[in-house]
Design a protein around this ligand. Structure first.
Ligand code: SAM
Length: 170
C-alpha cells in the first residue's frame, strides 16, 4: 500500500552540502544481490562549514546521512531487489520511507578544502547531504545478525563472498 508523507509534523534541516555522483537516474545505480558500490564521487560541503571538516582526513570511512530528494511517498512494506518476499520498510533500505533519509558508508579518498573525494556512492548526483560522521564499526562479526537478507541469500544460493557487504534494497 502506498502512503503520502505527512505534512502536519515537520522538522527543518539545512543541507550541509551536495553529493557529486556519476548517477543521474535511479536506474543507473547498481542494485540486487551481491552488489558492491565502487563508484567514485565527491561530497561538496558548504564553504561556510569547511572548518567542521578539520581532522576528517584521519578516518578511512565516513557515514553520510542524506535525503532521498527524488523519491515520492512511502510504502510500509515492499519487496526489495535482494529478495522475492515483502518486508517492512524499517527492515530494508528502501528509498520510499516515512522520513526520506538515506545513509551510506563511503571510503574517504582525499580532501581538497571543502570537497571530500569518496568511493562507494549510491546516491544520485545533486543529492542533499544532511550530515557526515566518522565510521567506527563496533559490532563484532559473530554478533551481527543479517535477518531476512541472510535467508534470502541462502535461498538464492549466493556465495558467502558475494553476500558479504550486500545491503537490502541495493
Ligand atoms: C536502496 S537505496 C540505499 C541508500 C542508502 N545506502 C541507504 O541505505 O539508505 C539506494 C537507491 O536509492 C536511490 N537513490 C539514490 N539517490 C537518491 C535520491 N537523491 N533520491 C531518490 N532516490 C535515490 C537509487 O535508486 C539507489 O539505487
Amino acid at each position: 500500500m502506498n502512503e503520502e508523507r505527512s505534512s502536519t509534523a515537520s522538522l527543518t534541516l539545512q543541507p550541509i552540502g551536495v553529493v557529486r555522483s556519476p548517477y543521474r537516474h535511479t536506474s543507473e545505480v547498481p542494485k540486487g544481490p551481491g552488489t558492491r558500490h565502487a563508484a567514485e564521487g565527491s561530497l561538496q560541503i558548504r564553504a561556510d562549514l569547511e572548518a567542521g571538516l578539520a581532522d576528517i582526513e584521519g578516518f578511512s570511512h565516513l557515514i553520510v546521512i542524506w535525503v532521498f530528494d527524488r523519491s515520492e511517498g512511502f510504502a510500509l512494506t515492499g519487496t526489495p531487489p535482494a529478495d522475492n518476499r515483502p518486508h517492512g520498510v524499517f527492515a530494508t533500505r528502501s528509498p520510499r520511507r516515512p522520513n526520506p533519509i538515506g545513509l551510506t558508508v563511503v571510503e574517504l579518498l582525499g580532501r581538497e578544502g571543502s570537497v571530500l573525494r569518496v568511493r562507494g556512492v549510491d546516491m544520485l548526483d545533486g543529492t542533499p547531504i544532511l550530515d557526515i560522521k566518522p565510521y567506527l564499526s563496533s559490532v563484532p562479526p559473530e554478533r551481527l545478525r543479517r535477518g531476512w537478507l541472510e535467508e534470502a541469500e541462502a535461498r538464492n544460493a549466493c556465495s558467502s563472498a558475494d553476500a558479504a557487504g550486500n545491503d537490502a534494497f541495493r
